[in-house]
Design a protein around this ligand. Sequence first.
Ligand SMILES: Nc1ncnc2c1ncn2[C@@H]1O[C@H](COP(=O)(O)OP(=O)(O)OP(=O)(O)O)[C@@H](O)[C@H]1O
Length: 454
Amino acid sequence: MSFVVDPSKIIVNEVPKIERIGVHSHISGLGLDEKLNPMKDNQGMVGQMKARKAAGLIVKMIKEGKIAGRAILITGPPGTGKTALAMGISKAISSATPFVSMTASEVFSTEISKTEVLTQAIRKAIGITIAEKKNVIMGEVVSIESERPSSGLGRRTGKVTLKTTDMEAVFDIGSKMVESIIKERIAAGDIIRIDKSTGTVERLGRSSMRNRGYDAVSGSTNEVPCPSGEIEQHIEIVDTVALHEIDAINSRAQGYLTVFSGDTGEIKSEVREAVDKKINEWREQERARIVPGVLFIDEVHVLDLECFAFLNRAMEGEFAPIIVMATNKDFANIRGTSFRSAHGIPVDLLDRALIVRTNSYGSEEVYQILSIRARAEGVQIEEETLQGLCKIQGTTGSLRYAMQLITVSDVIRSRTSATTVNKEHLQKAYGLFMDVDRMRKSLVADASKFISYV
Ligand SMILES: Nc1ncnc2c1ncn2[C@@H]1O[C@H](COP(=O)(O)OP(=O)(O)OP(=O)(O)O)[C@@H](O)[C@H]1O
């Protein structure tokens, strides 16, 4: 089957080459070798050798399903890579294992109860793998075309041409599918799978044949071989959904829309009990499998006694994820009580946690992290300027501040004809934005000019 394509109608999307640069986007794993020994500088991770080795063992135990119902606590001074380590863990475990990240304060900032927020987070971190036979259309995208009705009003419809190594075919697609193709930024050369019953379009990766020469630019594209045989197939698809999604769908009060709006509200315990019962039936019939994921709770010292007690109990539940907590607090009162404890965490929870410690960085590690960051942000920086940045980190003691200066200096550089960030750009950035220490000193010096409430 072939189809003559009108070039004016083709919307073959460019593969997106711009990625948002998040603060941890340079981290792609824990940077360990096959014996789980940390390499000095690998996968964006630098130093913290002991903590990374410990994290590697945690990943191994997660993969072997050995530590459900356990807690991990990562402690260390601010900016020593606790969240980076959690990111490394999430990248190192399989993509089918759920990883949910939250800050403890989120528990107090919504209209639903604290324990409900924690229950939802826990159930988001538990995956259910369900195997189902489905009719699918699968192949490499040759072209996509779409057009609006001649009136100019109404929805787009279109055609997608797919191929395998053995055949090529054109399929009519409805407006919903056109929208999801645009939303998923599907382009010629992508391998896609369309579920015939639901119309869901899934991007499986980039064709290894088409991708040659491109990977060097993005470095992040998932290459897949072009499928062979028939384009339409009846295959078993294994989907992993979060337990919370199943709860939300079954929560009659809110119904279907809640999953997509993210506004689930409280879910009744009867709904969860019914869901658990059904999942257990599926497990007995070997149709479903539980995948305990990871729930990462940052700034865990912000939780109160009720939340800690709840977590303690939840870890003993039938479906329990691995709870990874992080804190930079030394000693503190457990919130809501006058009991003082290490990290503001009750002793019984500390006692059942595997504790990992991160330490402050030496100058060589700071240099490596800053140069990795500059590279991740696509910033060219003179060697001497990078050394200057390391000195600033040394005096301010803040890795985060030094990282911010990379971005600001580059914006200052972009307003000149220079292609590389130099000392002058850095000095300007340093002059315009204060670090915490200078801010504190200026506050003390000018205290009388500020409004005081005491
Ligand atoms: N060992 C490391 N390798 C690479 N990048 C790191 C490392 N440690 C920290 N970073 C980077 O430094 C920045 C600060 O680290 P991070 O946010 O992980 O610190 P933290 O210990 O969680 O701090 P806080 O206690 O303030 O929450 C992040 O951009 C992080 O990716």
